[in-house]
Design a protein around this ligand. Sequence first.
Ligand code: XUL
Ligand code: CO
Length: 441
Amino acid sequence: MTQDEYFPAVETVSYEGPESDDPLSYAYYDPERRVGEKTMAEHLRFSVAFWHTFVEEGTDPFGAGTMQRPWDDVEDPMERAEARVDAAFEFIEKLGVPYFCFHDRDVAPSGETIAESNANLDRIVDRIEDRMDETGIELLWGTPQLFYEPKYAHGAATSPNADVYAHAAAQTKQALDVTTRLDGENFVIWGGREGYTTLLNTDMDREFENLARFLRMVADYADDIGFDGQLLIEPKPKEPTKHQYDFDAATVLSFLRKYGLEEDFNLNLEGNHATLAGHTFQHELRYARINDALGSIDANQGDKLLGWDTDQFPTDTKTTTLAMLEILEAGGIAPGGLNFDAKVRRESFEPVDLFYGHVSGIDTFAKGLLVAQDLRESGVLEEFVESRYSGYEESIHADVAAGQTDLVALAEYAENNGPPELDSGRQERLELILNRHIAKF
Ligand code: XUL
Ligand code: CO
């Protein structure tokens, strides 16, 4: 049986400002507050991830689940799935967040056959639809979960087994159908098992070809059924496979271009995945932005001392400020959003911890937005960068930018002008300015 209320101890989380000492209030996130041209809610487009928040049991390779989840105290798997949906919408409404994201298999259990799995999903999606109508909460994105079930051990769209490939297609078709039915604004493909553990048994060339064909079929089917959202690929360099084909933003973009898919897919970039790829989050966002491929964000952070995907709630204002600088420069993240692909620690097992995690992440990004806007209004970084490259505006260098010079002309110029005079990069000064802007809020 489902319950009437799963979080009785929490009313709604609302804005109280930085002076409040209530940790279940927002110090920075004030949804209607205008920041530049838009409200905070319009800039940030926060989303709760169904899987980490309502399904995660708190297991790790050494220990059993720890989470206290009253909605899971239900014997029948389908009734449990319904209870999770109810808990999810109560939580998201109390948190005051406009969106959620889900994998097909988070919300409904798989069945013995494809038909049974689809029927399970359809039944739970009915309930999701009702709750969406009641609460006004919307779907940021849906995604097929192509990595948990044993049949995907060798991959899904890169499986050496052609029947598994067809199963992945069936599952993806149904996930796109329900995402369309729920008016999802985006559809994400994360290639959880698309990679390899050893090249000794792998035909990499064929796997890339198959993956590209799979993505082409996804884009074509999206067109056929009138899905008018954004299609996204989520890069990640490793885990669960040793090497994932969607390594980072640059790798995915070069893959998409090789196979003529760059008009069909943008990128969903995740903080912890950037860390695993040896990049900053800002690097990934910048790379996507300058290539017009910045689609959406999985907002989380890793632990620099651990080499795996810890999916923690973002707490580092410097990182969120630099991320928001990229988003503002891109003109916003819509139709994407900031999805908290983040989970509470195994030791934080009470339901209320889910609120603390989200409030912390939401405020860290809201503060990052304020600082980023303030930095942009000051013009300090923009002016510095502009003047750093200003030599390209003058004399023969302007021809470099225009593509109208050649090695002979440049060699002649260089010989006649003596040694170059360098300017300081001023990194320390810029870091000092960044920290002072953070301290203002
Ligand atoms: C895994 C990950 C996924 C995707 C969706 O690291 O980030 O949860 O966001 O499949
Ligand atoms: Co993610």
